[in-house]
Design a protein. Structure first.
Lengths: 774, 396, 200
């Protein structure tokens, strides 16, 4: 139905029907490919199940519409006080995953990677998995088998991942994909406050006079949070955005600091420098509530605005502007996200922001405070209860004797049986390369797209002797595994998640899983039973696990003991710590200025800026930075299958400044020391001339993470996704986006993949306009 | 339709009205509220209805004349077609009278319809394309093909929904069959005569001329006598599907009006059911209840015939315009007269079509007819840019 | 004052297209998105503009006026409905006459489709889907008073200027207070395209 006039060359070529219509008015490609016949809404017999979105850390409330047959078929906005009926395009389309034709409905298995995966019975898959676990652990030691969890799992399941690794597998090697997300913020929070969560609820944003967003593309990664940002501005707040790109919130910000990626700590040190110089610090607060101020003060003295201007590539004036706006505001808040966390000095970057808040006394008040915006749905909850390499439930340290003893008592094991601390996710991959880890179970993650330096990741996984993966769609990683367990999607089980405010919310079950699909809880418990640890894993449901989680967290900082499913259903969410069932929860921390350190003080830390890990040279003079686009989520295993989202953003692109001489849509090859890939150029003035941006949701050969560097922050072990050295050059043809993998014998739901091969970039980073190429 | 009525026009001169700070009525936008059950039924005023209320005198005069001429012609056709009422069945008189009213109504309404600028221009262009010798030479099959796909098989309905297409086809062919049988019968054009007086050998005559002879006991005879029953059997499931859909499908329910959307379906069902019951009565009940059923049937048919020009059924008369429109555009495309957007260069439509639309807009005194040279997306982008540069660039 | 209607503020829009997806979920046209989202400053910034049907009041519904089949209904509450399925012949007159570029057309189905302000929801006092989910309030449904209570100091304008003519609409744009006396530019006359002066 192309209406290309030049095609009407012979008279006979004119079709009788249909006729011409202008672009963007004809057809409904944006129906997500689902035939209109299947979309009719019937008047009768639907129920609304209140739940939350499965995607980002905002955790918007939504209703799932369930038909008389008990199947989820739609979504209805829900007036939950997190989102007040607002939803983003991912959230609106989330329900389409539930009864998606690409769902895995039978275990897949193969004994060698040379074979194709084939459908097998649950018994066969479980037996083989258990025999491989036993074989590898017998031959190479318990620690030769690892587990990688995920932060999109319900908290119950994240708790179970940690327990499963340490009690059933008895291995030290357990970690999760939150390691790729916001662990830098977690590390900084622990150092400064000894509590790992944001200090203020979202609603405090509405009360602030100055909002600083550092490395947080709120408009695209947390779209629903924008209402709070705009709400603050409606009430007169100043908005400061620190981002190398002019994002949707940066576009209209009062101050947009487009600094060079990887220079955040220099910038924030300089801001603090100006604050001190102009006498805008809150000395009374500093004296009463902080330690380390003198050292910090001495250190930032070396960061005058002129130095920051040089390092960051910004006008020195902006440093002064930001300092004055932030410090002079009666109440100011700072939020940051992956932009300053994904660095080899991610923890330090966060610490410089904390220093800024502490020095100005903007902490622990309504409308004044500090926080990180977690990227994954359970980014907060996922890091709390023991699926991190060094943590036990309740945020306990696995290195602390007292904590170990408490957990062993709860779990009913000998302390000698509890393994030591493990290694981080990227380090585990390196260990897989070195054959120190020979077997792996991955639950709810897709490292083939999400980990940096794909070549290393692929080699690491290929070297394993046995790899099992849990997922509901066949991810790129799962497609490389020996065994794939088909598990439930979020709407088919109940459980809790903690959002970026550390508010625990309850997800409800909306439909029965398809036959052949089991909950992650059931699979982990079943493997544990077959490994002989069944008595420790006698969980029939999420509710049982949650009860144990509550007991295991009682008395710790991350105290869930007062949170029950019933209370969550009544209240719409409770922020931890919540030590008793009559406790209202703790939405705002540090209200009396006391932190969770023994001395109750904020421990301010000295931060020296250092350049990123990947050095610039003549071959690689530019900065490659990566990030998200609004229509897709993380590794894209979910969103790349939803027609509407594929239509909105069918493929990745390389965002470049017009000064490089590329025309929009021209192939541009991005070369780093680790790889080279060709993308269509999205030429825009909304990016620094020395920077290239690629969104990371797609697999090779269109994967940003084939180019990024696997350098880690020494403390948080977060990879430096946000900066590596690169160059760009003209190329012949762009690399095509592959179809998402599906179970053998299936094809990826074709109606949703129509636009995947679109060779052009979207017209803006948020996607293609509704009238383009239709 | 040349002068848009509406109270809105009166408020226009108030400069405050531009900003929405004065004028207008409070709560004007409130719908009828949940109490009304089937939704906002009955609140609609179609653009047509508005226009009809304030027809220019010349149009209503012309329309009345057209109605009178057409109904007069029909009366003459009845008189002569029934051989000066020799073959006219006086029992069918009410039906015949209803068809005369129908003819008047359709002609009147049709004249009013094609007098509106939009329809008039397309009407002229459509017929011009139809009667163009050159067109016929270039694509002699275009018209028959379009007629068959649009008017006969209604392919476009399949694109809306397969079920709706199937149901509509049932109704369509059922009604065509019924009309082909009943209209000539009521006009006294058809007669069935038997030499023996009561069969089984019959002759079918049109205008007194013998067309076919048949035995009422064989298959052909059965078909001849039960044609209307077959039509009813086609119409009932089709109309029932639509009725069911109108009670269930939220898309259909939105904005649905009882008089416009439900009454035609109910009328079709009543006609068909009573018609079938007549047969049932004569075969199984030896005519029991026949009188009553016959009257009910007649009333429903007469009502439907008179309703045709005024409600949903008028689409039967209007739909051929789609062929005219398509033929007009087809002609333009054959001559490669594609009009590109002045900004992005994408094809908007054929050149003659755009010129036609501009003409319509000028007729209607819509002062932005130049805008038709830009595609809808460019209109929006230009407006968006103008807002950015002239109103506000960002949040403030 | 105007009653409950939609207010559009492109300055708040983040171009996320939640409205586009939400529109598709509306029961009256499920599966088909009627709203338009355009990136109006391509190559320079990420600015975006959502476009719903503006429900023109004066002149009343140009789309309905140019319709040769009398297919477009304007309900008493000022909502310009989408084409009547039995009448629409798919000629695209409305598509090209609409000064805001709103109607869409399904060529196969010979049917015009456009935003009807989620009539199935607004008729019962609910906000349309797009304005319900809009994460930024760029699309807002309510009264002017409600809008101003949430956003102190904003004004709205419901008149657009296209060259010599003005169109007053049922849906309004948010404007800064000092702009309130002027109509909102509609984009006509077009002065230049891609740097070329196109004034004749």
């Amino acid at each position: 139905m192309t209406a290309d006039p030049s095609a009407a060359d012979g008279r006979t070529a004119v079709p009788l029907d249909p006729s011409l219509a202008p672009p963007g008015t004809r057809g409904f490609r944006d129906a997500g490919g689902i035939p209109a016949d299947k979309w009719h809404a019937d008047q009768n017999g639907e129920t609304l199940v209140p739940t939350h979105c499965c995607f980002c850390g905002v955790q918007c409330g939504m209703y799932l519409r369930v038909d008389r047959g008990g199947k989820v078929f739609g979504v209805e906005p829900r007036n939950h006080d997190i989102n007040r009926m607002r939803l983003c395009p991912k959230g609106i389309n989330a329900y389409q995953q539930v009864n998606h034709p690409d769902r895995l409905t039978a275990p897949l298995m193969r004994r060698s990677r040379d074979e194709e995966l084939r459908e097998v019975s649950w018994d066969e898959a479980l037996d083989y998995t258990v025999s491989e676990i036993k074989r590898i652990q017998r031959d190479h030691g318990r620690d030769a088998f690892g587990v990688l969890g995920g932060a999109s799992l319900f908290s119950e399941k994240t708790y179970l991942v940690g327990k499963f690794a340490r009690v059933a597998l008895k291995t030290r090697h357990v970690d999760y994909n939150g390691r790729l997300c916001m662990v830098s913020a977690a590390g900084a929070n622990k150092l400064a406050f000894n509590i790992d969560r944001a200090g203020n609820p979202f609603s405090d944003i509405l009360l602030t006079d100055c909002l600083l967003l550092a490395g947080a593309n709120v408009g695209e990664c947390f779209p629903v949070l924008t209402q709070y940002v705009w709400g603050a501005r409606d009430r007169g707040a100043t908005l400061i955005v620190i981002d190398p790109r002019e994002t949707a919130v940066a576009r209209t910000a009062d101050i947009h600091v487009a600094l060079k990626s990887g220079t955040d700590s220099a910038f924030f040190n300089a801001v603090l420098h100006v604050i001190i110089e102009e006498g805008l610090t809150d000395e009374a607060y500093l004296a009463a509530h902080t330690t380390g101020w003198e050292e910090v003060k001495a250190n930032v003295a070396q960061y005058p605005p002129s130095r920051a201007a040089e390092i960051c590539g910004i006008p020195a004036d902006q440093v002064v502007q930001v300092a004055r706006a932030f410090a002079r505001a009666p109440k100011a808040m700072a939020f940051h996200a992956r932009g300053i966390e994904h660095h080899t000095q991610g923890v330090e970057n966060c610490l410089t922001v904390i220093n800024l808040c502490a020095a100005t006394g903007h902490i622990g008040k309504p409308g004044a405070g500090y926080g990180t915006l977690t990227g994954q749905g359970n980014g907060q909850g996922g890091r709390e209860h023991g699926q991190k390499a060094d943590l036990l439930p309740g945020g306990r340290s696995i290195l602390n004797e007292e904590h170990r003893r408490q957990i062993c008592e709860i779990w009913g094991i000998e302390e000698s049986e509890l393994p030591a601390a493990g290694t981080s996710m990227m380090e585990m991959v390196w260990q897989m390369q070195r054959q120190e880890i020979r077997g792996l179970i991955g639950i709810c993650n897709n490292p083939f797209v999400s980990l940096p330096n794909y070549a290393v990741v692929k080699e690491g996984y290929d070297t394993t002797e046995f790899h099992a993966q849990f997922d509901f769609f066949l991810s790129e990683t799962a497609a490389n595994a020996h065994v794939v367990f088909p598990v439930t999607i979020w709407a088919e089980d109940e459980g809790v998640m903690a959002n970026a405010e550390a508010r625990v919310v309850k997800h409800n079950k909306a439909q029965e899983p398809p036959s052949g699909v089991r909950t992650d809880t059931w699979v982990m418990c079943e493997i544990a039973r077959r490994l002989g640890a069944g008595d420790k894993f006698a969980f029939a449901s999420s509710r049982d696990v949650f009860d144990e989680l509550r007991r295991a967290s009682a008395g710790t900082i991350i105290d869930y003991s007062g949170i029950t499913y019933e209370r969550l259903e009544e209240t719409g969410g409770i922020a931890w710590p919540c030590p008793s069932t009559d406790h209202p929860g703790t939405p705002r921390l540090f209200e009396d200025g006391t932190t969770y350190h023994a001395d109750g003080k904020i421990h301010m830390q000295v931060v020296e800026w250092h350049p990123p890990a990947d050095p610039y040279d003549d071959e690689h003079p530019m900065t490659l930075t990566t990030g998200r686009t609004v229509a897709h989520f993380l590794s894209g295993n979910q969103t790349r299958r939803l027609g509407a989202l594929v239509e909105q953003t069918p493929r990745p692109w390389a965002e470049v400044h017009p000064s490089h001489g590329f025309r929009n849509g021209e192939p541009v090859r991005v070369v780093t020391r680790r790889g080279r890939e060709v993308f269509p150029a999205l030429v825009t003035e909304a990016i620094r001339p020395d920077t290239v941006f690629i969104p990371y949701h797609w697999p090779v050969p269109t994967a940003a993470n084939a180019l990024t560097i696997d350098a880690l922050d020494p403390r948080s072990k977060i990879p430096e996704y946000k900066v590596c050295a690169c160059r760009i050059e003209h190329a012949g043809a762009i690399d095509e986006v592959p179809a998402p993998p599906v179970a053998p014998g299936h094809v990826a739901y074709p109606e949703t993949q129509v636009s995947r091969t679109d060779p052009l970039p979207p017209s803006a980073p948020q996607g293609r306009g509704t009238s383009e190429r239709s | 339709m040349t002068e848009p009525p509406e109270p809105a026009a009166a408020e226009q001169s108030d400069s405050g009205a531009r900003t929405g700070t004065s004028g207008g009525k409070d709560g004007r936008r409130h719908g009828p509220g949940p109490g009304s059950g089937t939704g906002p039924s009955g609140t609609g005023v179609s653009a047509f209805a508005r226009a009809a209320r304030r027809l220019p005198r010349s149009v209503s005069g012309r329309a009345t004349l057209a109605g009178a001429v057409v109904s007069g012609l029909l009366v003459l056709a009845i008189v002569f077609g029934s051989r000066l009422l020799h073959d006219f069945d006086s029992a069918l008189l009410p039906y015949a009278v209803a068809t005369v009213f129908l003819a008047f109504g359709v002609a009147y309404r049709y004249t009013v319809w094609v007098s509106a600028p939009g329809a008039l221009r397309l009407f002229k262009n459509g017929w011009r394309s139809l009667f163009s010798k050159e067109n016929f030479r270039k694509a002699p099959t275009a018209l028959p093909k379009m007629t068959a796909t649009y008017l006969g098989f209604q392919k476009f309905l399949g694109a809306r929904s397969h079920a709706r297409w199937a149901a509509h086809q049932l109704i369509f062919w059922g009604c065509i069959l019924a009309a082909l049988i009943t209209f000539p019968l009521t006009w006294g054009w058809f007669t069935f005569t038997s030499g023996s007086g009561s069969g089984p050998g019959y002759e079918m005559r049109i205008w007194g001329l013998k067309i076919i002879g048949f035995d009422s006991l064989n298959f052909l005879g059965w078909l001849m006598f039960h044609g209307l029953d077959i039509a009813a059997v086609l119409v009932i499931p089709g109309a029932s599907y639509f009725l069911w859909r109108r009670m269930k499908d939220r898309g259909a329910i939105t904005g649905q009006r009882f008089a416009y959307d439900m009454v035609p379906l109910l009328a079709l069902i009543v006609i068909s059911v009573t018609g079938l019951l007549l047969t049932f009565s004569s075969i199984f009940l030896h005519g029991g209840g026949y009188e009553f059923l016959a009257i009910l049937h007649m009333v429903s048919v007469v009502f439907t015939l008179i309703y045709i020009p005024f409600g949903k059924f008028f689409h039967i008369v209007q739909r051929p315009a789609a062929v005219g429109m398509q033929l007009f555009k087809y002609t333009g495309r054959q001559d490669d007269q594609v009009f590109p957007c002045r900004r992005c260069g994408e094809a908007i439509d054929t050149g003659p079509y755009v010129e036609n639309l501009r003409g319509t807009m000028r007729d209607l005194e819509l002062g932005f007819d130049e805008w038709t040279e830009y595609c809808p997306r460019c209109k929006r982008v230009l407006r968006g840019n103008a807002y950015l540069t002239q109103v506000k660039k960002g949040f403030k | 004052m105007m009653g409950r209607t939609m207010f559009i503020d492109p300055g708040r829009c983040i171009g996320c297209q939640a409205c586009v997806s939400a529109c598709r979920e509306c029961d009256s046209h499920r599966g088909k998105s009627m709203i338009h989202l355009d990136y109006t400053d391509e190559g320079s910034s990420v600015a975006s503009l959502p476009t719903v049907c503006m429900h023109c009041e004066d002149p009343v519904a140009p789309c309905a006026e140019v319709c040769p089949a009398d297919a477009i209904l304007v309900t008493a509450d000022g909502v310009v409905q989408q084409a009547d399925t039995t009448r629409c012949i798919g000629c695209a007159n409305c598509v090209n006459a609409c000064p805001f570029g709103v109607p869409k057309i399904d060529l196969q189905a010979k049917l015009q489709l456009k935003c009807n302000l989620c009539y199935d929801r607004t008729a019962y006092g609910l906000a349309p889907m797009c304005a319900t989910v809009c994460p930024t309030g760029a699309l807002y449904y309510g009264t002017v008073e409600e809008l101003q209570a949430e956003r102190p100091g904003v004004q709205v304008a419901d008149t657009f200027v296209f060259g010599e003519s003005e169109v007053r609409t049922g849906v309004a744009m948010v404007v800064p207070a000092e702009r309130v006396r002027w109509p909102v530019p509609g984009g006509l006359p077009v002065v230049e395209i891609n740097g070329k002066d196109v004034r004749r």
